[in-house]
Write a protein that binds this ligand. Structure first.
Ligand code: 13P
Ligand code: SF4
Length: 361
């Protein structure tokens, strides 16, 4: 299927079976595209049942994947929790490689597939296990919190993982447990800076960046405010601090989605990856989405065609060395075992206006 063409016709049965999905995506997908996508969606959903497989789809998947074939959709934290709970034999990770590794670490007895092995992440690529060992030698006794956007080998070197949905909570909890006032938070410099503004714990940070979110600037937000004065602006905490300071709300992809579906703003801007707005739009018909966004080239490697191929041929299997997986699992499990936050994870932007610096390694 080199060109992504599949010989499945758009029959009346396919049209009827996929009608609820079409309702969600029809403002984002043309009828012409839909006639090619709908048969694949129906076939993928049939194969999933036949093979006892589930698809975990991140919020940055394109709408036909997100609404069409995702059994569980959400942010990194939600998908990790679903992986831990799943009783399917096969997990297809519609997301990037670190997410598939996390699923494998949490479910060592399941087959975990990623449709394209090249679906990486600039944050995960920014730091190695050897880097973490050097950092620990430099700061003996200080706990290391790693963002889930890291390899399993990096997670194996650390005390506890976090996602953008729970980073403040994890940092405060680990500091309390270790009886310290400083925590190492790796590898996203901007997430670390944004967390530092929410807590009295001092943060030691690495200079990793998300290549998608680092591109947004305060000037972008000022221009948006001028063009759309009534739009509510929501930003992901991987953005630079100046962007969060100029926004109305900041939170994980799931927190942004909840904000829109619960508060139903008239007009909104999501300062994050492009597919996010397309997916939330399917569940928020009364909100208008202004779309300045950046594409994540890694997330966009996942397509309906390669999900279909992954299920059909059982490829590409993601494996993690057993000893590494055991240590990484402890770090991820400590995060999952934390009590859920009292309110949906969000960054308190009023508190965040106080300037707090981080120590950069
Ligand atoms: P979330 O955990 O908010 O889904 O973010 C993951 C990610 O890769 C953001 O760039
Ligand atoms: Fe990584 Fe950024 Fe892409 Fe998320 S959006 S997967 S953090 S490069």
């Amino acid at each position: 299927m080199a060109d992504g063409n599949v010989a499945f016709p758009f029959t009346p049965e396919v049209e009827a079976a996929t009608a609820p999905v079409w309702k969600k995506v029809r403002t984002r997908v043309t009828p012409f595209e839909w006639r090619a996508q709908a048969p694949l969606i129906a076939e993928i959903n049939r194969l999933k049942k036949q093979k006892n497989a589930v698809i975990l789809a991140h919020n940055y998947m394109t709408p036909e994947i997100f609404h069409g074939v995702g059994d569980f959709v959400g942010d990194s934290l939600g998908l990790a929790r679903e992986a831990a709970r799943s009783d399917a034999k096969i997990i297809v990770q519609a997301g990037v490689h670190f997410m598939a590794e996390t699923s494998k670490v949490l479910c060592p007895d399941k087959t975990v597939l990623i449709p394209d092995l090249r679906a990486g992440c600039s944050l995960a690529a920014s730091i190695t296990a050897a880097d973490v060992r050097l950092i620990k030698a430099r700061y003996p006794g200080l706990p290391v919190v790693t963002y889930v956007n890291t390899t399993a080998e990096v997670k194996a070197e650390t005390d506890v993982c976090c996602t953008s949905a729970n980073a403040v909570q994890v940092v405060e909890e680990v500091a309390r447990q270790y009886g310290v006032d400083r925590v190492i938070l790796l590898p996203d410099e901007f997430l670390a800076r944004n967390v530092a503004r929410q807590t009295d714990i001092k943060i030691i940070a690495w200079q990793g960046r998300c290549e998608v979110h680092e591109q947004f600037t305060a000037t972008d937000i000022a221009e948006l405010r001028e063009a759309w004065p009534d739009a509510e602006i929501l930003a992901h905490p991987e953005c630079p601090t100046e962007v969060l300071e100029a926004s109305d709300f900041a939170g994980s992809t799931a927190a942004m989605s909840d904000y829109v579906t619960q508060r139903k703003p008239k007009r909104v801007v999501l300062i994050t990856e492009c597919s996010m707005a397309d997916n939330v739009a399917g569940d928020a018909p009364d909100t208008e989405f202004v779309r300045p966004c950046n594409l994540c080239p890694h997330m966009k490697r996942i397509t309906l065609e390669n999900i279909y191929e992954a299920l059909l041929h059982g490829r590409h299997e993601v494996l993690v060395d057993a000893a590494v997986a055991e240590r990484a699992r402890a770090a991820v499990q400590r995060m999952i075992d934390l009590p859920p936050p009292a309110q949906p994870a969000r960054y308190d932007l009023v508190k965040a206006r106080h300037h707090v610096d981080v120590e950069l390694i």
